[in-house]
Design a protein around this ligand. Structure first.
Ligand code: NAD
Ligand code: UDP
Length: 323
């Protein structure tokens, strides 16, 4: 088959930059589109010299005219502090971004994959969460701009498929971590590592008994590419994540042990609507794509800590005051 022209929106972000790197290495003709709200060019600077990589500064809430064969739609702030900074913009990015990218896919007859999220399940009362679970989302709370924006985007994807025959894929990504997470994004893995490296207290929100299941970025990128290249009859939604579940206190202890130092735990209020538990049921991904994550938390954390040790914090701009 000829070389594909692949558009990655949000391509300079944490997940997007790893995806772009992998696609460039596969020999695809990659267009990375980003407005750098929660990222910076340093995430993709190493790709700029490659002849099959191109970077466009653009905001997905505005239309753009491109000719492409595949679209990975990742543009959206993902950390709670980032998406709550300007909630109306977050909703616009999810909804208008989906409409603009689905319109592009329709015109170009391109295949398009949506990066949806485990947040569509809200604070789940079924555990682990299968794709058939319809969720428990508060539509008017502080997380709603993200959760409902992503739910509306899923609706648009399936309506464009039914009404216009667009070739879609929808994946629901569970907590993913790794190198190039923004050091000021406030997400639990990046926050704990930065706090441990600086010898500061580890901030536990609530009692720390709430759980998350953490997937290493390389596994997740494998899943994204497998889904995009999977059979056209299987469009999702599909859970992608690592089912190994940890409480937030367990994560804190592991990070402090691995970083070293003597950071103590400091308990703070639990943010409103913070899900109590989260674990993906990934049996569908295994059955349909033969995909399952390979990298254990300890190994992934080791690589992530090593990266955080290597960066200079001064090179990072805090995108929001939430740090
Ligand atoms: P990230 O914040 O690092 O990446 C998002 C990227 O989108 C950034 O580069 C940002 O600048 C860009 N962006 C934001 N708004 C934009 C706009 N209006 N126009 C153009 N670009 C814009 O976050 P991430 O963790 O890499 O997440 C990538 C995608 O995966 C997001 O859609 C997110 O919802 C989804 N996701 C991530 C996780 C996770 O754990 N990392 C979990 C579930 C879903
Ligand atoms: N959390 C915490 N301390 C922090 C950051 C996060 O205890 O410094 C908790 C947060 O309340 C949530 C979990 O860690 O229960 C995961 O938070 P994150 O923001 O990474 O992602 P979420 O899954 O909530 O979107």
């Amino acid at each position: 088959m000829s070389i594909k022209r692949v558009l990655v929106t949000g391509g300079a972000g944490f997940l997007g930059s790893h995806l772009c790197e992998r696609l460039v290495d596969r020999g695809e003709d990659v267009i990375c589109l980003d407005n750098f709200f929660t990222s910076q060019k340093s995430n993709v600077v190493h790709l700029l010299g490659r002849s099959n990589f191109e970077l466009i500064r653009h905001d997905v809430t505005h239309p753009i005219w491109l000719e492409v064969d595949e679209i990975y739609n990742l543009a959206c702030p993902a950390a709670p502090g980032h998406y709550q900074y300007n909630p109306i913009k977050t909703m616009k990015t999810s909804v208008m971004g989906a409409i603009n990218m689905l319109g592009t896919a329709k015109r170009c007859r391109a295949k398009i994959l949506q990066a949806s999220t485990s947040e569509v399940y809200g604070d789940p009362d079924i555990h682990p969460q299968p794709e058939s679970y319809r969720g428990n989302v508060n539509p008017i709370g502080p997380r709603a701009c993200y959760d409902e924006g992503k739910r509306a985007a899923e609706t648009l994807f399936f309506d464009y498929q039914r009404s216009n025959g667009v070739n879609i894929r929808v994946v629901r990504i569970f907590n993913t971590y790794g190198p190039r997470m923004h050091p000021f994004d406030g997400r639990v893995v990046s926050n704990f590592i930065c706090q441990a490296l600086k010898g500061e207290p580890i901030t536990i929100f609530g009692d720390g008994d709430q759980s998350r299941s953490f997937c290493y970025v390389d596994d997740l990128v494998d899943g994204l590419i497998a889904m995009m290249n999977g059979p056209d009859e299987f469009v999702g939604p599909l859970n992608l994540g690592n089912p190994d579940e940890f409480t937030i206190c367990e994560l804190a202890e592991l990070v402090v042990e691995m970083v070293g130092g003597d950071s103590r735990m400091e308990f703070e209020d639990l943010p409103p609507d913070d899900p109590r538990q989260r674990q993906p049921d990934i049996s569908l991904a295994a059955a349909k794509l033969g995909w399952s994550p390979k990298i254990k938390l300890r190994e992934g954390l080791g690589r992530t800590i090593e990266w955080f040790r290597s960066i200079r914090m001064e090179d990072y701009r805090a995108p929001t005051p939430n740090h």
